[in-house]
Design a protein around this ligand. Structure first.
Ligand code: ADE
Length: 252
């Protein structure tokens, strides 16, 4: 899968992405990760990516023309200097625009279902904004999707891009090496994970539940399922309700 990240801080993405399983995914050719420095798409001598907002107000707004030139260069694998910025936005070879995701708190919340959907794409383009916002015309004419990583505001979209990268790449076949199937963990079937323990069996008086040491696999599986249901109900009643609906159960 090819993923391009458009940002004014390419190192923010390439650093963490070189580590651990994202690094391995690149080494083995599962992930072709590229970054594009938005300043490459600027035209003035100050290399400005932003300007003051129409209508006044605090903060700066990222420019639509810079974003459009950057996106068109990346979509078409062209140097930004070869995109004159006056054409209609297009894919020169024809065909659909790759999913071009703009990170914003007002976007569709990222969840496991969206990660699964995106993991089926050949190519993604991730757009990371900074400053107070991005010109609305980028939302309307450049992005195909808007995604949020939660009801919280971060300094910029780079951290959101990293979250999405990890969530999507780990779903690619073989990305997890020998680890268990991603289906068997939190959200795989709509429930959160059950608790896990390892040695020592008694740590400062806190003991591993006896049942996990019983060797009775059927009882262990039933206990783990009960734990998942109880934990989901306690901390995420919204997920629990959806899980009940999907399983045709009734709740009190
Ligand atoms: N940029 C700033 N906050 C964000 C959020 N919650 N999700 C995605 N991008 C963001």
């Amino acid at each position: 899968m090819r993923i391009d990240v458009l940002t004014i801080f390419p190192d923010y993405v390439t650093g963490p992405a070189s580590l651990s399983l994202l690094g391995r995914a690149q080494e083995v050719g599962l992930l072709d990760l590229r970054t594009f420095d938005l300043r490459e798409a600027t035209v003035d001598r100050h290399r400005s990516v932003d300007d003051s907002p129409y209508g006044g107000g605090a903060g700066m707004v990222m420019r639509a023309d810079v974003w459009a030139r950057a996106a068109e260069a990346v979509w078409n694998d062209l140097p930004a200097a070869d995109v004159d910025g006056t054409d209609d936005l297009d894919i020169r070879a024809g065909g659909p625009r790759p999913r071009t995701i703009l990170f914003t708190p007002r976007g569709r919340p990222l969840d496991q279902a969206l990660a699964r959907e995106l993991a089926t794409e050949d190519r993604l383009v991730l757009c990371c904004g900074r400053y107070e916002g991005i010109d609305e015309r980028v939302h309307d004419h450049v992005a195909t999707d808007e995604v949020s990583i939660g009801d919280v505001v971060t300094f910029g979209g780079e951290v959101a891009a990293l979250v999405l990268l990890e969530a999507v790449v780990r779903l690619l076949p073989d990305a997890m090496g020998n680890a268990a199937s991603p289906q068997e963990e939190s959200f795989g079937d709509g429930l959160l994970e059950h608790p896990q323990y390892t040695r020592p069996a008694d740590w400062r008086g806190h003991e591993v539940p006896e049942i996990l040491r019983s060797g009775d696999h059927a009882r262990i599986a039933a206990w783990q399922r009960d734990q998942r249901i109880a934990h989901t109900r306690a901390v995420r009643p919204d997920l629990h309700r959806r899980w009940l609906d999907d399983h045709g159960d009734t709740d009190d």
